[in-house]
Design a protein around this ligand. Structure first.
Ligand SMILES: NC(=O)C1=CN([C@@H]2O[C@H](COP(=O)(O)OP(=O)(O)OC[C@H]3O[C@@H](n4cnc5c(N)ncnc54)[C@H](O)[C@@H]3O)[C@@H](O)[C@H]2O)C=CC1
Ligand SMILES: C[N+](C)(C)CC(=O)CC(=O)[O-]
Length: 323
C-alpha cells in the first residue's frame, strides 16, 4: 500500500462526523457518534430520511443512556444537510452507509472523495464488498477504507477495518485508532477478504439455515432457538475456537480435533448457496412473522437492545464511556 498525506486532524481530535446514508446502519452510526459526544451531520436523498433518522436516534437513546453518554452528548447535535457537499464540508471523518449496490458505492465514494477536505478518512459500512472493488472511480482513493459495523452500531462493539489496493496504510491505521477512540472494538485486517471475518462466518451459518428451511428440515423458530438456547449463549463471551477447545475436555483442542476431526468431512454442511426462489423467500418471511408474533418492529428493536445491554453488562463489557 502507498504511504499517504496525513489526515487533517488526529483521531483523538475528531469533532464532526458526516453520516452519508441514514437508514438502519447510517442512523445507528449517527446514534452511536452522538452518544459519544460528536457533532453529526447526516445526508440521505430520501424525502422522509430526516424524520426516520430522528425517530431511529430517539428510539436508540434510552439504550444509550443505559450504556452511558459522553459529556455533552445530545440528540440535538444532529444536523441533516440538504446536500452531500454540505454534509461533508466540515467533517473530520465520513461514514458512508448507502445501499449495498456496487455501482452506487463506486460513484458515491468518488463523489465523497471529491467533496471532502483532503486527507479526511472516508469509511464504508459495506457488508462485504472489498474496498479494491469500490474505490475504482475515486480520484483520491488513498483515504477510502472499509469500516464494517454490526447492527445496531450503537450497541454492538465490533467494527472490521480494512483497506483496498489503493488505500494508504496510514488511512487504515487512522481509522482503526479513530474507532477505538469512539468506543468501538476494532479488528484491523491486513488483507481483503470478501465478507471480512465475521460475515464470512455468519454467511456460512446463514446458508445452512436457508437450506434447512428450503428443504422443510427445520422451522425458522427451531433455527433461531438452536442458536439462542445453544451455542449463542457461549459465543457472547467465548468465540467458537476456544469454545470447541473445551469440547476436548482436559485434552483441549488437540483431543477435540483428534476425536471429532474426521466428522469435518462428514456431510453435515451443504455450503453452496441454495436458490433464493420465491418459495424460500416466502418461507423465511412467514417464519419470521410467526416468530415475531404480535411484537412490532419497535418492540423487537427494544427487546434486542435490552438483550444486548444485559449481555454486555453480564460479561463486564459495559465500561465507562471514554469520551
Ligand atoms: N442492515 C444491516 O444489518 C447492516 C448493513 N450494513 C451495510 O450498511 C449499508 C447500509 O445498509 P442499511 O442501512 O441496512 O440500508 P438501508 O436501506 O436501511 O439504508 C440505506 C439508506 O441509504 C439511502 N440512500 C439511497 N441512495 C443513496 C445515495 N446515493 N447516497 C447516500 N444514501 C443513499 C437510502 O435512502 C436509505 O436511507 C450497506 O452497505 C450495508 O451492507 C452493514 C452492517 C449491517
Ligand atoms: C445482514 N448483513 C449481512 C447486512 C449483516 C451484517 O453485515 C452485519 C451484522 O449486523 O450482522
Amino acid at each position: 500500500m502507498p504511504e499517504t498525506t496525513p489526515a487533517p486532524c488526529a483521531p483523538e481530535d475528531v469533532r464532526r462526523i458526516a453520516c452519508i446514508g441514514a437508514g438502519v446502519i447510517g442512523g445507528g452510526w449517527a446514534a452511536h457518534f452522538l452518544a459519544r459526544g460528536y457533532d453529526v451531520t447526516a445526508w440521505d436523498p430520501a424525502a422522509d430520511a430526516e424524520e426516520k433518522l430522528r425517530r431511529l436516534v430517539a428510539a436508540a437513546w434510552p439504550a444509550l443512556e443505559q450504556t452511558g453518554l459522553a459529556d455533552g452528548a445530545a440528540q440535538d447535535r444532529l444536523t441533516v444537510a440538504p446536500t452531500l457537499a454540505e454534509a461533508v464540508a466540515d467533517a473530520d471523518f465520513v461514514q458512508e452507509s448507502a445501499p449495498e449496490k456496487l455501482e452506487l458505492k463506486r460513484s458515491l465514494l468518488a463523489e465523497l472523495a471529491a467533496a471532502t477536505r483532503p486527507g479526511v478518512v472516508i469509511a464504508s459500512s459495506t457488508s462485504g464488498y472489498p474496498m479494491t472493488d469500490m474505490q475504482t472511480a475515486a480520484e483520491d482513493a488513498g483515504r477510502l477504507v472499509v469500516g464494517h459495523p454490526f447492527n445496531p452500531p450503537y450497541l454492538i462493539p465490533l467494527v472490521e477495518v480494512v483497506g483496498g489496493e489503493k488505500t494508504d496504510r496510514e488511512a487504515v491505521t487512522w481509522a482503526s485508532r479513530f474507532y477505538d477512540v469512539a468506543g468501538k472494538s476494532v479488528i484491523t485486517m491486513d488483507r481483503e477478504l470478501p465478507g471480512f471475518i465475521a460475515n464470512r462466518l455468519q454467511e456460512a451459518l446463514w446458508r445452512e439455515a436457508l437450506h434447512m428451511v428450503a428443504n422443510g428440515e427445520a422451522s425458522v423458530e427451531d433455527i433461531d432457538a438452536s442458536i439462542t438456547e445453544g451455542p449463542g449463549l457461549r459465543w457472547a463471551f467465548m468465540g467458537p475456537c476456544l469454545t470447541f477447545a473445551l469440547a476436548g475436555g482436559e485434552g483441549g483442542m488437540a483431543h477435540m480435533l483428534d476425536h471429532f476431526g474426521p466428522s469435518l468431512k462428514s456431510p453435515w454442511t451443504r455450503l453452496a448457496a441454495p436458490e433464493l426462489d420465491r418459495e424460500l423467500r416466502d418461507a423465511m418471511v412467514d417464519g419470521c412473522a410467526d416468530a415475531a408474533g404480535d411484537r412490532t418492529y419497535a418492540d423487537l428493536v427494544a427487546e434486542r437492545d435490552q438483550g444486548v445491554i444485559a449481555v454486555l453488562r453480564a460479561t463486564g463489557r459495559l465500561g465507562s464511556v471514554r469520551r
